[in-house]
Ligand binder design. Structure first.
Ligand code: UD1
Ligand code: CA
Length: 454
């Protein structure tokens, strides 16, 4: 049977006190709604319909690349009304999985269990037993069977004692949605069309309500304010950390590790405290990341050691490389195996060949550096003339003296040497020496100016 996913994302999220629509607030570096869409996609469903309202265009723009059907709910008249606006585009048969855009952590396995158990009955929901159920819709059961969902505001004192709550995740037959949703009324404490009222309709039609509970409670936690967002972020990070440790990663302190994206790892990767990994990253076997590093969209091959406080973005790093502390690899930095990049070295759009070293205080931008080269401390590739970027080429085994300015476009030959303090503006031939600096003046017995005492 085919399944459609309906994601409710029209609510305003007033309590976030933000100009950004709630479903665009980031959890682990990605919008709440993005997490839900990804999980839905992994279920390989027929279609994903997202109901938008508040901040509509912004929400749609954020997911412009996704194959999603958007349905507008111009006025937010309740969760039942939200699903009702999808009826014109909802298939007549099959099932619909109904999710909330602000419940980002629900797992594919949980949703699959819900779908499987709802198939037989035509309606099922995910419930959870909580120590404190305040605010949620309560699950009313009789002889173990679900009788109703009563919203907190509509509940009697007795019903408010119920600890089993509605998580807002449902799977319902499309035929039934077409039948039931037009019959909803807003005769309740909030004057809203409640989706939860379909439970009573199902019972009236003689259906039984299937229910499952999630494996982990955080899967169904919603986000209404920034405190909840921060709390869920920690839970999500802890969960990701456990998964990485199960894959063999040595996280020195999982509570001080943040992954905002996807990390692929080899064996025996070691990550020290306060490291942030963003986007798509890959760390090969035995890679060691020192404390405080930030790594975004970067691939680091086996055996490479990164010392503390180094920053990477869109870089590719070979095997057995040594980096940092305090190194910065910017987009287009490509380091071959066994390269050394030391403290306060910045590398941008630059390729560095096997075993080359830039150990201290350098800027290497728009350069192509061969193998076995040594870049002296304080060397700068002067790649920018104020308008255009120019390239610096440094051959294999070249030796760039300390504190050189290499004014691009310029090329230093294979095995060439430049003297300390040189400003190199013209090409240097293979195996030659270029020195460019004023001759030193020496005065013997020189008297410095004397201070006159008054
Ligand atoms: C809903 C459930 C409640 C459940 C709780 C779980 C109803 C009546 N109640 O309550 O039983 O315990 O979720 O968190 O369904 N939305 C729209 N359009 C609307 C109204 C809401 O798209 O007109 C969206 C919201 O953006 C949100 C979701 O639906 O993503 C849930 O809405 P919300 O107002 O938070 O429902 P609750 O009152 O929390
Ligand atoms: Ca609410």
């Amino acid at each position: 049977m085919s399944t459609t996913v309906i994601i409710l994302a029209a609510g305003k999220g007033t309590r976030m006190r933000s100009s950004l629509p709630k479903v665009l607030q980031p959890l682990a570096g990605r919008p709440l709604l993005g997490h839900v869409i990804e999980t839905a996609k992994n279920l390989q469903v027929e279609d994903i319909i997202t109901i938008f309202g508040h901040g509509g265009p912004l929400v749609q723009q954020a997911f412009a690349d996704e194959n999603i059907q958007w349905v507008e709910q111009a006025e937010q008249l309740g969760t039942g009304h939200a699903v009702k606006v999808t009826l014109p585009v909802l298939p007549d048969s099959g099932m619909s999985l109904i999710l909330s855009g602000d419940v980002p952590c629900v797992q594919q396995s949980t949703l699959q269990r819900l779908i499987d158990s709802s198939m037989a009955t035509g309606i099922g929901l995910v419930t959870l037993t909580l120590p404190d159920s305040t605010g949620y819709g309560r699950i009313v059961r009789k002889d173990g069977k679900i009788q109703a969902i009563v919203e907190h505001k509509d509940a009697s004192d007795g019903q408010r004692q119920i600890k089993e709550i509605n998580t807002g995740i449902y799977c319902v037959s499309n035929a039934r949605l077409h039948q039931w949703l037009p019959q909803l009324s807003n005769n309740n404490a909030q004057g809203e069309y409640y989706l939860t009222d379909i439970v009573a309709m199902a019972l009236a039609d003689g259906l039984e309500i299937a229910s499952i509970q999630p494996e982990l409670a955080f899967e169904v936690e919603g986000v209404n304010d920034r405190t909840q967002l921060a709390a869920l972020e920690r839970e999500f990070q802890a969960w990701q950390a456990v998964k990485l440790m199960q894959q063999g990663v040595h996280l020195i302190d999982p509570t001080r590790f943040d992954l905002r994206g996807k990390l692929t790892v080899g064996q025996d990767v070691r990550i020290d405290i306060n490291v942030i990994i963003e986007g798509n990253c890959e760390l090969g076997d035995r890679v060691e990341i020192g404390a405080g590093c930030i790594i975004r969209n970067t691939r680091i091959a086996a055996g490479t050691r990164v010392q503390p406080y180094s920053i990477f973005e869109d870089a590719v790093v070979g095997a057995d490389v040594q980096i940092g502390p305090f190194a910065r690899l910017r987009p287009g930095a490509r380091l071959a195996d066994q390269v050394h990049i030391g403290n306060f070295v910045e590398v941008k759009n630059t390729q560095i060949g096997h075993g080359s070293k830039a150990n201290h205080l350098a800027y290497l931008g728009d350069a192509e550096i061969g193998a076995g080269a040594n870049i002296g401390a304080g060397t700068i590739t002067c790649n920018y003339d104020g308008v255009n970027k120019h390239k610096t080429v440094i051959g294999d085994d070249a030796f760039i003296g300390t504190n050189n300015s290499l004014v691009a476009p310029v090329s230093i030959g294979t095995g060439a040497t430049t003297g300390a303090g040189s400003t190199i503006t013209r090409d240097v031939a293979d195996h030659s020496l270029a020195v460019e600096r004023a001759k030193q003046i020496s005065k013997e017995n020189y008297q410095r100016p004397q201070k006159v005492r008054k």
